[in-house]
Design a protein around this ligand. Structure first.
Ligand code: NDP
Length: 391
């Protein structure tokens, strides 16, 4: 039996992972499940999967979790330190699916015990790519991509020599507003931004898809994961979301990964790797699909893509600033205090201020410096938003 843990078990990726393992319960020994506010779901899954431990991120929800687990053998715990402790419990395979930079410390803890880390939490690589990769090397832990684009690239690279790779093309659906007039984006509402044309995902990543902040994070993730130069990474809008990524080789060949927009494909690939096992995903009928469309992303519509390029060119802790400011601006958009287009302006202003702070972005990358930088970026994002509101 493989020992597995799921960090962020109550979320969209976590639930899809549980859907797969629940189909073969005798194959898995579930060590830890973690969640946040959704205590009922966490307790239900921990009981059903007979997890050793269930952890909520929020200390003030510990009593609720204990009550929900009463009469079972599952240990209840709460808070960031408990999350990290749960992630460091010996396991063979750990799904990293907490949303945001909160996923970094538990992910590093899982790597630190040598587990294979299935990485959905792209923010870990954006904020601290070098640290995550160094830690994986030090503990001989394998990282497997779960983001659909990165899983697609990973699959296209099986048996290939990285020296032969000319470019990596990641596709983008274009999100909820891909066909809106640019002018209309200013007044885009939360509910409009929260509905994705193709994918069924958590609310935050759905909004990040509409603004392409998600694609911006993925460009940086691609650079870190595959070690290619920024100018080898391209983004193309592909409204059908059936091709997830393409790898271009120096002989001119393009290898595309084609599949239904269902995250259980990428999750299942990481779960079964290096084997390919049957998965409950739709099989495509290409004759019925008929045609696939592609277009270049408009820079003016998606300033996040330009910011991602600037972050990669800057290096150091710029990724942690980018992500921290983005998370805070997204919180504010969700709370209704800033508009859809304001998010990119806020992030750009925070990047500019951090760049002006001598040495800040060039501090040695450790969990502590990344965490401090993340907090600072959030504080400055709040300050920038307060200044803009006062104007
Ligand atoms: P969700 O918002 O659906 O779920 C996030 C999970 O993290 C939940 O279990 C949530 O708990 C938990 N959580 C929230 N805040 C904290 C915190 N501060 N500390 C610890 N745990 C917390 O996110 P998704 O599943 O959509 O995304 C998860 C990750 O996977 C993200 O990094 C995303 O970018 C990436 N990803 C997601 C895809 C998708 O299809 N959804 C596709 C590709 C990548 P609770 O819900 O109980 O509050």
């Amino acid at each position: 039996m493989r020992r597995i843990s799921i960090l962020g078990a109550t979320g969209s990726i976590g639930q899809n992972t549980i859907d797969l393992i629940a189909r073969a319960p005798d194959d898995y020994d579930v060590v830890a499940l973690t969640g946040g506010a959704n205590i009922a779901q966490l307790a239900r899954d921990a009981r059903a999967l007979r997890a050793q431990i269930a952890v909520t991120a929020y200390p003030d929800r510990l009593e609720d979790l204990r009550a929900a687990l009463a009469g079972s053998d599952v240990i209840a715990a709460a808070g960031p330190a408990a999350l990290t402790e749960a992630a460091s419990r010996p396991a063979d395979w750990v799904m990293s699916a907490i949303i945001g930079s909160a996923g970094l410390a538990p992910g590093l803890a899982a790597i630190g015990q040598g587990a294979t880390l299935a990485l959905a939490n792209k923010e870990s690589l954006v904020c601290a790519g070098a640290l995550v990769l160094d830690t994986a090397r030090r503990y001989d832990a394998r990282l497997l991509p779960v983001d659909s684009e990165h899983s697609a690239v990973f699959q296209a690279l099986v048996g290939e020599d990285m020296q032969a790779v000319e470019r990596i093309i990641i596709t983008a659906s274009g999100g909820a507003f891909r066909d809106w007039p640019l002018e209309a984006l200013k007044s885009a509402t939360l509910s409009e931004a929260s509905s994705h044309p193709n994918w069924d995902m958590g609310q935050r990543i759905t909004i990040d898809s509409a603004s392409m902040f998600n694609k911006a994070l993925e460009i940086i993730e691609t650079r870190e994961f595959f070690g290619v130069d920024p100018d080898q990474i391209e983004v193309i809008v592909h409204p059908e979301s059936l091709i997830h990524a393409l790898v271009g080789f120096r002989d001119g060949a393009l290898m595309a990964h084609v599949g239904a927009p269902d995250m259980r494909h990428a999750i299942g690939y990481a779960l079964n790797w290096p084997a390919r096992c049957e998965l409950p995903v739709a099989r495509l009928d290409l004759a019925q699909i008929g045609q696939l469309n592609f277009r270049a992303p408009q820079e003016a519509r998606y300033p996040a893509l330009r910011l991602a390029r600037e972050v990669m060119a800057r290096g150091g802790l710029a990724g942690a600033v980018f992500n921290g400011a983005k998370e805070r601006a997204l919180d504010a958009f969700i709370a209704g205090s800033i508009g859809f287009l304001d998010m990119a302006d806020v992030v750009e202003e925070v990047l500019t201020r951090c760049e002006a702070q001598a040495g800040l972005l060039d501090a040695t990358m450790t969990l502590e410096t990344v965490t401090e930088t993340d907090h600072l970026a959030r504080t400055w994002a709040d300050a920038v938003m307060a200044e803009r509101a006062g104007r």
